[in-house]
Design a binder for this molecule. Sequence first.
Ligand code: NAP
Length: 516
Amino acid sequence: MIEGVPMTILSPPKLPLRSPKVILIGAGMTGILMTIKLRETGITDITILEKKESLGGTWRENTYPGLACDVPSHMYTYSFEPNPEWSHLCAHGSEIREYFERVGRKYGVTEKVLFNEAVTRSIYDEGQWTVTSSKGNTYIADFIINCTGILHHPAKPDIKGIETFDGDMFHTAEWNHTVDLAGKRVGVIGTGSTAAQVIPEVAKAASKLSVFQRTPQWIFPWANKTVSEKSKKKLRDNPNRVRRLRNLYVWMMANLLTKATAGHQPQRALLSVTCQLNLKLSIKDKSLRKKLTPDYAVGCKRLVVNKTFYKAVQRNNVDLVTEGIAEITPKGIKTRDGKEHELDALVLSTGFQNFNFMRPMDMRGKGGLKIDDAWSKKIQAYRSMFLPNFPNSFLMLGPNTPIGNYSVIAMSEVQCAYILKIICRWQQGDFDEIDVKPSAFKSFNEYLKAGMSKTVWVGGCQSWYLDDDGDPALWPYSWQQWKKEMKEPKMGDFITKKFPIKTENTNKKKKVAAVA
Ligand code: NAP
């Protein structure tokens, strides 16, 4: 059972249940989850297509030094698969990747994934999706579930001269482990959550590190404590302890940090004071403190949770450069004051194109409607999961899923349960095609918009949360509200259809492989 959401099949079932063919795109955190839960519901005809060679999604892609979660690990797990073995309060990236790999093996997901097979196209027609892969294979399904994640397309800065740089240059999500930064003059562009983790590690190795900061960040001081062997044993010996610890973090994150970042008082006031004090107590030098002081409200940009960044920028070999970047030259970076910062290597910690979702896949819904056209004006969804004119398809972690710093695993478990309830209705023969009503899509997005104006995210800062209209692509309400809203599908918000039964002769397309 997924936390707070009973995985009940809708009753009373009209037997016999139909068995749908389901295609999952992506084998990261949400793809693994969906596979496990579909199979628990008795759905076994599942094809999982993964563009890379292993499971893990963002935790496979990102391997930069210092990589760790910034949500407490005992909470950043599947609710049905607690882990008493986490080594730190916030586990390191490799440990999280191993967790997903272990879960994948335990539930028999890994052996069924078609690796190195990216979906290039998916086309809908009368209750069926035809999916084409990079290997030229074609698959047919009743449903497709896009488990493609949010933060996986690196955003490379469009800075004049970037292509002329003579040294080694790479994005944090494409870390080049063949480059030894020891004793080198290194530059890091960016000071977001990733940079705050990577900078302390690079500073230890480099002879000189120049940090190019465009906008300072508020930092919530949470030391990443190690979990002692004694504590791990206690957790291992008593599963109730793991559950209680998880519940404690869920409570803290949901009622303090998440509410604070969504703009609730007095949590927001408490968070602001904590971050301001952290800056004051951590940075002794007044001019450096001034450079690191944001001019926007705490939480407006995604809150950086970190205890090592401030120490790192005060090291003798670290220079915080706040002059704007004028251009990148073969030798390094020239700032607007005319100074050239000579560099041997340049790390781009410049974030992600988080509005891509399942693209660049060529996805076409009813009447050949392309996803790029459907989203040409604004990237939105109904309940983060549905797009009008793209029937029988779901989006995990779609637009407006994250809530500030809350665990996306918890959020996706709620989405998973919701999707299963829809599929169960298909199994019962209620419909062959389900599409969201444009009116429901519109009113849901109006409801989101009404909540956004009250959040701190629209407080005047620039962040990856915001779309071109300045609207945050986040859930503007509480975690509790998310669970309530996403618990039961409102069937009146959908248009459902039944099609005449197809005979074998009318459907000669290739069948998808069964998982179980
Ligand atoms: P980010 O928060 O978008 O930060 C990008 C940084 O690059 C910002 O400091 C930005 O400056 C700077 N930048 C971008 N283009 C630039 C340019 N042309 N010139 C100068 N500076 C430029 O990206 P991120 O740090 O990779 O984090 C993204 C998200 O990933 C996080 O918010 C979080 O959700 C997730 N993440 C999670 C964890 C975790 O532990 N769970 C760890 C790392 C990342 P401005 O602020 O001025 O735009």
